[in-house]
Design a protein around this ligand. Structure first.
Ligand SMILES: Cc1cc2nc3c(=O)[nH]c(=O)nc-3n(C[C@H](O)[C@H](O)[C@H](O)COP(=O)(O)OP(=O)(O)OC[C@H]3O[C@@H](n4cnc5c(N)ncnc54)[C@H](O)[C@@H]3O)c2cc1C
Length: 453
């Protein structure tokens, strides 16, 4: 019996897929990266099935690629040759939702927005909301330490992760963290697993923090600018003035144009950038007015303020369309640098300079309130790899971010895409320490090999 047939026999019927036409659909994330051919795909439905798979993988020295919803933008869930793809997308139970303790206990396959909707029924919310929150999973969010639109006020996924259940390479089950808001017993293993991109183990359950949902709809500010740098300066001014927005998003002309071409939003020709800001505090109307003034002082050509929830949903919906709109233009290399917020205008200038220097189309959106900039390098549909001029422009952008005191990736992770730049940021000592940590959890080197570190 082949190794994969042994695994199929050890799991309940239907859990292991081996037909290449089917497994191909589980072999890629949302990057252009060509996957290796997996031996099979496991559709696990419980922690015990994950553990069985990891015991089998260790015995047969088979690489394991953990997979959530496959929406990643760094190649983290891209299959490697001869691996087993271990999908936890069918583990979708919200096992507990405690309004008293403001926590939820969830399986990893829960879709992010589903958890938020469940929490809202109790006057709570699950704050981290990547633009992909209707299609990404909590397990994937934890494994990438996903950010999102509300993170400027409520923090990234790590700030909502209290405890994890993780199946380690070889099948042992590790519980990290706790159900309490505080706790310092032992090393912070929860923090270590958050953002580890499936290289240390498979998350099979999480205790996450919920927060009170704001009582009233947010006040929303939409500001149009004649230049991207002016919009970035307005962001820095809003942060420096202590407005405390609950959302502060930036879209450039190319992104707005892509959305307009698709959804016909009536974009004026003079608009080069748009800021979408929200305030959800009890004094949201006053905060929105301050943000309006700061936008005007920094050169906005038009600013609208609204407390109408339908208008707010429409604007935020536009922002969430940014990535799919760009995918219509061509293949995309989606980047994710993050800089100190005061350096946002310089970062924007560096992106514009890289586009001009290498003659590359770059559409930029930003979780601007976090200094997190997504330059999206567009190249031709059907071309499997970005051409050299795209990589050269990306290289310029990465180096500029590091020179400004920033990082290569604010929220998407290193995956496969950014590994070659990793040492530029973390240096040899940190690399050695990280390899040591990997070795402790995964001595055989079979957990998502070649990714993240
Ligand atoms: C339209 C669009 C918008 C996006 N917007 C944002 C955004 O605003 N912010 C943001 O942060 N990201 C964004 N992303 C990227 C992506 O949605 C996130 O990285 C998300 O967290 C990935 O979740 P997933 O369930 O799809 O994970 P996958 O893509 O399946 O996996 C991602 C990584 O996590 C690992 N992994 C998955 N599940 C587990 C598990 N249970 N245990 C261990 N490792 C696991 C995988 O091995 C891989 O390394 C966007 C993507 C798209 C397509």
């Amino acid at each position: 019996m082949t190794a994969i047939a042994q695994l199929a026999a050890a799991l309940p019927p239907g859990r292991v897929l081996t037909d290449p036409d089917v497994t191909d659909g589980y072999s890629r994330d949302r990057t252009f990266l060509p996957p290796g051919r997996p031996l099979g795909v496991v559709l696990a439905q419980s922690r015990d099935e994950v553990a069985e798979t990891l015991r089998w993988a260790a015995a047969h020295r088979v690489p394991v690629v953990p997979r959530g919803a496959g929406t990643g933008l760094a190649g983290g869930a891209t299959a490697v040759e001869g691996c087993v793809v271990l999908s936890v997308a069918r583990m979708t139970a919200i096992k507990e939702l405690s309004p008293g303790d403001e926590i939820a206990v969830v399986e990893p396959g829960v879709i992010t927005a589903d958890l938020d909707r469940a929490a809202r029924e109790h006057g709570l919310m699950y704050a981290p909301d990547p633009s992909s929150y209707e299609i990404s999973s909590i397990g994937g969010n934890l494994a990438t330490n996903a950010g999102g639109l509300r993170c400027v006020k409520y923090g990234v996924t790590r700030d909502s992760a209290l405890g994890l259940e993780v199946v380690l390479a070889g099948g042992r089950v590790l519980d990290t963290g706790r159900r309490t808001m505080k706790g310092v017993t032992g090393y912070d293993l929860t923090g270590l697993f958050v953002g580890s991109e499936g290289t240390l183990g498979v998350i099979t359950e999480a205790v996450v923090r919920l927060r009170r949902a704001p009582a009233d709809p947010p006040a929303t500010v939409a500001a149009e600018f004649p230049g991207l740098r002016a919009a970035a300066s307005a962001v820095s001014a809003i942060i420096a003035a202590g407005c405390g927005p609950s959302m502060l998003e930036l879209l450039d002309r190319a992104t707005l144009q892509a959305i307009d071409d698709w959804k016909h939003i009536g974009l004026e020709s003079s608009v080069e950038a748009m800021l979408i800001a929200q305030a959800d505090s009890p004094d949201s109307a006053a905060v929105a007015e301050r943000m309006r003034r700061l936008c005007e002082e920094n050169g906005a050509s038009f600013v609208a303020v609204s407390a109408d929830p339908a208008e707010a949903d429409e604007l935020v919906g536009l922002r969430r369309l940014a990535y799919p709109a760009k995918e219509r233009l061509g293949n995309c290399l989606v980047e994710d640098v993050c800089v100190p917020r005061s350096a946002l205008p310089e970062m924007i200038s560096a992106v514009e300079a890289a586009a001009a220097r290498h003659d590359v189309t770059i559409c930029t959106v930003a979780h601007a309130g976090d200094g997190n900039v997504h330059p999206v390098f567009v190249f031709e549909h059907g071309v499997p790899e970005p051409p050299p001029r795209v990589w050269a422009a990306a290289d310029d952008v990465f180096r500029a971010a590091l020179d400004l005191g920033g990082t290569l990736t604010g929220e998407h992770g290193v995956g496969l895409l950014k590994r070659r730049w990793l040492s530029l940021e973390i240096g040899p000592v940190a690399e050695e320490v990280q390899r040591g940590i990997k070795g402790v959890f995964d001595p055989l080197g079979i957990m998502n090999p070649g990714k993240a570190i």
